[in-house]
Design a binder for this molecule. Structure first.
Ligand SMILES: *[C@@H]1O[C@H](CO)[C@@H](O)[C@H](O)[C@H]1NC(C)=O
Length: 280
């Protein structure tokens, strides 16, 4: 990563405007009418946004900043029209040894994307391959542009997905399609991704990002506190048995009754007005 600036600011917790930080591999902004949607654009065009270590570190810094930013209620991650991300950086991996991978817990820090409490939307145009597909699947919602392509081609390089591809893809699309993609390296297009449940919506290429930001604005208009609970509850469905998951949901549901926002939401409904959430 470029900047010690990011690390220092984070330590001091003074960085409220991530755009002030000099990023090398990503563009970071706040979008939406109320500037309440954190926006991260992967920007390594010569390498089709291959996910080098520096890029993923920067994504981590930007997410930390948005997580700490009281205005931001949702986050959009996107790439370019040609590529969301064409994979991990193969050159970076070419001569790496097992000892280095295991010792350094290679790829472990990518997981930051899946531990953010605020909802994250991936807006995928073009290639989402290998690490790119895995990065999209770490997000909470995936929207695709009509020309998007998803795939896990690691097998063609003599390796297997290492950032959740075999796990998240299988949960998203089921065993047969996941096996086919992971074992052959074949890609699926946006329509197949929609049909299989990997993505929830498909848009024309030039509308994708604005539609993702619109979805982010919709989410950001709700209580951030309660959105985090909703996200936690849905994610628990991938980890727990039905009984345990239902119990967690019930506890979180009950917990919403400890918030001002739940009171405001129901009162506004009864009074036939729009709720104004204070994230309390
Ligand atoms: C990896 O090793 C080979 C042969 O030892 C060398 O030719 C190549 O340049 C190395 N690749 C990188 C990215 O350092």
């Amino acid at each position: 990563c470029v900047n010690s600036c990011c690390e220092v600011d984070l330590l001091l917790k003074v960085r409220t405007q991530p755009a002030l930080c000099q990023y090398e591999y990503i563009i970071v902004e706040k979008r939406g009418e109320n500037k309440n949607v954190g926006f991260i654009q992967l920007n390594r065009p010569k390498a089709l946004n291959a996910l080098c270590d520096g890029l993923m570190k920067e994504v981590g810094y930007a997410l930390d900043a948005f997580e700490a930013d009281g205005e931001v209620g949702a986050i959009v991650i996107t790439g370019s029209d040609r590529a969301f991300a064409a994979g991990a950086d193969i050159k970076e991996m070419q001569n790496r040894t097992f000892q280095e991978c295991y010792g350094g817990n290679f790829l472990a820090h990518w997981n930051r994307v899946s531990t953010v409490k605020k909802p994250v939307i991936a807006a995928v145009n073009g290639f989402a391959l290998g690490g790119g597909c895995e990065l999209a699947m770490m997000c909470d919602i995936i929207f695709a542009g009509e020309k998007a392509q998803f795939g896990q081609p690691e097998i063609l390089l003599g390796t297997i997905p290492g950032a959740g591809g075999t796990q998240r893809l299988t949960r998203a699309v089921g065993k047969s399609l996941a096996m086919e993609m992971v074992l052959t390296g074949d890609r699926i297009n946006a329509q197949d991704a929609k049909q299989s449940g990997l993505v929830s919506k498909v848009f024309p290429v030039d509308q994708l990002v604005s539609e993702a930001v619109k979805c982010g604005e919709k989410i950001a208009a709700n209580s951030k506190l309660v959105s985090a609970m909703a996200k936690e509850a849905v994610n628990a469905a991938f980890e727990l048995t039905l009984a345990e998951g239902n119990r967690l949901e019930k506890r979180l549901f009950h917990a919403t009754f400890a918030t001002d926002d739940r009171k405001e939401g129901m009162t506004a409904f009864v009074e036939k007005r729009k709720a104004s959430f204070q994230d309390k």
